[in-house]
Ligand binder design. Structure first.
Ligand code: SAH
Length: 350
């Protein structure tokens, strides 16, 4: 079965015309899907609906469970049409609401501190599946296309977005398209572990979002200890690709740096990070490592994080500590899915 949410408005128009239906049906379908509706809920002629349902999934992404944290953060466990599970987080901020979406089922990048990668990558998500994650949450939160409840989107859930490049770019075009959810690229952040060729290619796509790179180390040697991708690309190549992104889009870029005790969180690391990034149009997001049961690494205490942050800002580097939300419900990448599978047994879910 195929996924109707994968289609752009133009593609839906062609499909509608080929089915001999009036042109306004394409708009009706596009808007209905963007509003998070199932095909069977959109008021189109019965015969057209039946024809669509014989080829397309009625509900490719359905809510399996929602966990609500004390701070109001909601963690969604979605079941895909083929039984795979993915997770997504919906956070409430003063300036709006941010949804964090998954881009793959699992991940094959192998970062030592990350739960998403524990079982490897099972499959890529399609553009329409990623879009449906948002459309479904927006609808459940009472939002529509004009009065959106999801105002910001971050591609920071499970998966490496640039390991699923074509689908992710199509998803971003659907998400920012007029007439749909129409979320501005400025309100979207994409986080990559640093796939340099795709970063360079993305700079030319004309999508000026907040490019975020998981750095987590100040030298290639250190980085290789926790991130296997560092064996393929150097920090110097990553910085070059970031500079290209800035040149093409005018957007400053962001580095994520998860503080790991005894690994990358000493003052000497703060100084070398400052030296590395000095003069670049960037911001550093410090994250206190979320302990993952299956991994041995530990985060730092709050004081160390504050000291690290101050050393950066004193050296003229823009830096903040990321607020941790939803920690009580397994906030970090892949934790919820991993726990769910552990609790119910792998036979029950994929
Ligand atoms: N694959 C992309 C998207 C993941 S985004 C990437 O690597 O950037 C999620 C961010 O959280 C990344 O910076 C990731 O390295 C980081 N992360 C993963 N597990 C974590 C953990 N247990 N604690 C803190 N940060 C973590």
């Amino acid at each position: 079965m195929k996924i109707l949410q994968d289609l752009t408005y133009e593609e839906l128009s062609l499909l509608t015309a080929a089915a001999g239906e009036k042109p306004f049906r394409a708009k009706q379908l596009f808007e209905g899907l963007m509003q998070g509706k199932k095909i069977s809920e959109i008021p189109i002629p019965v015969s057209f609906r039946a024809a669509l349902l014989s080829e397309y999934e009625d509900e490719p992404v359905r809510v399996r469970e929602v966990f609500t944290s004390k701070d109001g953060t909601e963690k969604y466990l979605f079941e895909l049409w083929d039984g795979h599970l993915i997770e997504s987080v919906f956070m409430h901020n003063d300036y709006g609401n941010t949804q964090c979406v998954s881009t793959q089922v699992g991940c094959r990048m192998g970062c030592k501190f990350c739960a998403s990668t524990l079982g490897g990558r099972l499959r890529d998500l399609t553009a329409g599946e990623m879009l449906a994650e948002i459309a479904v949450v927006n609808r459940r939160a009472g939002g529509g296309l004009k009065d959106r409840k999801v105002t910001n989107v971050v591609l920071m859930g499970s998966g490496e977005p640039f390991d699923n490049y074509e689908n992710v770019v199509k998803f971003l075009r659907l998400l920012t398209a007029e007439g749909g959810l129409h979320i501005s690229a400025r309100n979207i952040s994409l986080s990559t572990c640093g796939l340099v060729p795709e970063m360079r290619k993305f700079a030319l796509e004309g999508i000026p979002l907040n490019l975020t790179v998981s750095l987590h180390a100040t030298s290639d040697e250190e980085r290789r200890r926790t991130m296997p991708i560092a064996n393929r690309y150097s920090i110097a190549e990553i910085l070059d690709a970031c500079a290209l992104y800035f040149e093409k889009t005018g957007r400053r870029y962001i580095f994520e740096y998860s503080l790991i005790e005894g690994e990358n969180a000493d003052m000497v690391h703060a100084f070398s990070l400052a030296k590395l990034l000095k003069g670049r149009p960037c911001h550093v997001n410090l994250i206190r490592l979320n302990p993952v049961k299956e991994r041995k690494l530990k985060g730092t205490d709050e004081e160390t994080a504050k000291r690290f942050c101050k050393a950066l800002t004193d050296a003229g580097i823009s830096a903040t500590i990321r607020r941790s939300m939803g920690a009580d419900i397994g906030g970090a990448c892949g934790q919820l899915r991993a726990k769910y599978i552990e609790d119910r047994g792998p036979a029950d879910v994929k």
